[in-house]
Design a protein around this ligand. Sequence first.
Ligand code: ZN
Length: 138
Amino acid sequence: MTETTETAVNGADNLKFCKHCGAKIPKDAVICTACGRQVEELSQGNAPQPQIVINNDNNNVNTNTTNVNVGGMGGKQCNKKTAIILCLLGFCGLGGFHKFYEGKVLMGIVYLFTCGLFLIGTIIDLLALLGKPSVYYV
Ligand SMILES: [Zn+2]
């Protein structure tokens, strides 16, 4: 309340006088209950709460998984652990599954029939996989 216009409140502090007709109306009334005219600005009365909208959208999403198609290479996303496990199958006589996983079907077939290029290919690939990031692209 910055200024009380001509609403002289005597006694009952929950009442005021309408500035149009002079009737006693509730202090927080915006429209006079007697004459129906507007006596208060709508923004006054109950001081409007400032609407503080806390925008807590913390979009700290790690966008490291950019699916950029590296020029002609296909850009297939591979998981290191998965590839290593599949590669280790080569030591059980099931070579080339990591090649299939990487989408290199032809090499996979060659590995499969040669037992991972007689384990040499499997070992080389395993060492190469160990040096790769946890998610790599082929
Ligand atoms: Zn009135």
